[in-house]
Design a protein around this ligand. Structure first.
Ligand code: FAD
Ligand code: UDP
Length: 405
């Protein structure tokens, strides 16, 4: 069976028990679960011209499977999330490795024992590695914030080096902020690793969907109870009903095609957009991607190279490492990060996590809290820095709750 696509104008809303906004992992997993486990008829509206959210991939002219909304590598310790994605497509084993391009020399990221030898030379590195082991233990991960807080000249030397050569410029490019100015949880994603393990992630389950994420989504959404309307934006089809005319008045109902929709509504888009940014826009970082195809088998030594001290792009991903394809040509993608300022043209990719933005988000969230059939789920709707596996886990939990009702 194929995905059941329809034009929103042709939809009879009375035929649906649940409405999902967004066809990324958040929306698609809940839709599949409600359709399959609870036999609900689910309508998905998606504003883009295709399903799969930020995971969308397709073959380019050279036949390389490229990701159109940022490079996505699946990794998790959550067995339920991994088993879930295994259901919908075959997977290949893939252990992602990242190198930093340090003035033309490659150094593993996360910064580890091997990086230390490249940075300090073998002899000095041996002493420094011993100091790290004595302080934190072998095979341990230490965040840059924790390392910089140490009161020891040798540890400070490592911390200074890593701060200046791995974090400072990359973080400034990615966030427009210094590492001290971003939430510590952000840089903690890439700790110093006292190990020889060069992999970017150490999770128990890692891999890539053999035919790509889009095929995975097509299989997940191919269900007789699911209908997908592309090019359909929630704001243009929802008629929001509020308790009063007060600016902060809570939402009391959502009308679709002139009727109050009584079934569950799962909203996975940006929350400020739903409320037409009445309290101002939530801050995000957006990305710009530039692709280059080369007439050679490979262009760089591994899947991703981070430019931590030079260039105006943050990183280059070479997709053939991720897809495992054997082709005579190769395609790379450079990522440039910018402030999210032009909503019509740009995509909000990264919530900027800090207290002020959280309070701003909470003001929007409070407006939606009183409507019992309205559920916020996903990286955008929850204004969080979530990986795919976390979203899948949260979507399964929400589906459990809704299926029990
Ligand atoms: P999305 O995938 O963003 O899906 C939301 C969907 O809702 C979109 O299709 C959007 O068009 C639609 N939508 C939004 N608003 C509306 C509206 N008003 N009306 C209709 N439709 C709407 N995670 C990993 O685990 N590994 C990685 O390697 C990884 N790499 C990443 C790289 C980048 C550059 C980025 C930005 C993220 C990466 N992630 C990665 C995180 C991953 O993208 C998210 O966890 C995942 O996309 C979350 O799924 P979602 O459904 O919440 O959001
Ligand atoms: N980071 C860095 N240098 C690196 C890799 C990461 O400074 O070489 C910092 C940077 O602030 C980045 C954060 O760590 O935004 C998280 O990195 P990650 O690779 O997890 O980012 P994502 O893949 O989500 O963009």
């Amino acid at each position: 069976m194929a995905v059941n696509y329809a034009d929103f104008h042709d939809i009879d809303i009375e035929e649906y028990d649940a409405l999902v906004v967004g066809a990324g992992f958040a929306g698609s997993v809940v839709a599949r679960e409600l359709a399959e486990r609870a036999n609900k008829r689910v309508l998905i509206i998606e504003k883009r011209a295709q399903i799969a959210g930020n995971m969308y991939d397709e073959e380019d002219e050279a036949g390389v499977l490229v990701h159109r909304f940022g490079p996505h590598i699946f990794h998790t310790n959550d067995k339920r999330a991994f088993d879930y994605v295994l259901r919908f497509t075959d997977w290949i084993d893939y252990q992602h490795e990242v190198l930093s391009n340090w003035y033309g020399t490659y150094m593993p990221v996360p910064f580890n024992k091997n990086s230390m030898e490249i940075a300090f030379g073998e002899e000095k590195a041996a002493k420094l590695i011993q100091k790290l082991i004595d302080t934190f233990g072998d095979e341990r991960k230490v965040t840059i914030t924790e390392l910089r807080a140490q009161d020891d000249p040798e540890l400070s030397e490592i911390a200074d080096f890593v701060y200046k050569n791995v974090f400072l410029y990359y973080t400034q490019k990615q966030w427009g902020l210094t590492p001290e100015e971003v939430d510590p949880s952000v840089t903690a994603r890439v700790p110093v690793f006292i190990s020889r393990d060069n992999r970017y992630f150490q999770d128990a389950y890692q891999g890539m969907p053999k035919e790509g994420y889009t095929v995975l989504f097509e299989n997940m959404l191919s269900h007789e109870n699911i209908t997908v309307c592309l090019n359909t934006e929630a704001e243009s089809v929802f008629d929001l009903v509020f308790e009063s005319l007060d600016e902060d008045a809570p939402l009391t109902a959502i009308k679709v095609k002139d009727q109050v929709f009584e079934g569950d509504i799962i909203y996975t888009g940006a929350l400020d957009e739903l409320f037409l940014t009445r309290f101002g826009r939530l801050p995000y970082r957006t990305l710009e991607f530039k692709y280059e195809t080369y007439d050679q088998e490979f262009w760089q030594p591994c899947g991703t190279v981070n430019y931590t001290v030079t260039e105006d792009y943050t990183r280059i991903t070479e997709f053939k490492y991720l897809s495992g394809q054997k082709l005579p040509k190769t395609t790379i993608m450079k990522e440039y990060s910018h402030a999210y300022e032009h909503p019509g043209e740009q995509i909000p990719y990264y919530a900027i996590i800090n207290e002020e933005n959280q309070a701003h988000y909470e003001r929007y969230k409070a407006m939606a809290a009183k409507l019992p059939n309205f559920h916020l789920l996903g990286r955008l709707a929850e204004y969080k820095y979530y990986n795919m596996d976390v979203i899948i886990g949260r979507a399964l939990e929400l589906a459990d709750k809704l299926c029990e009702k």
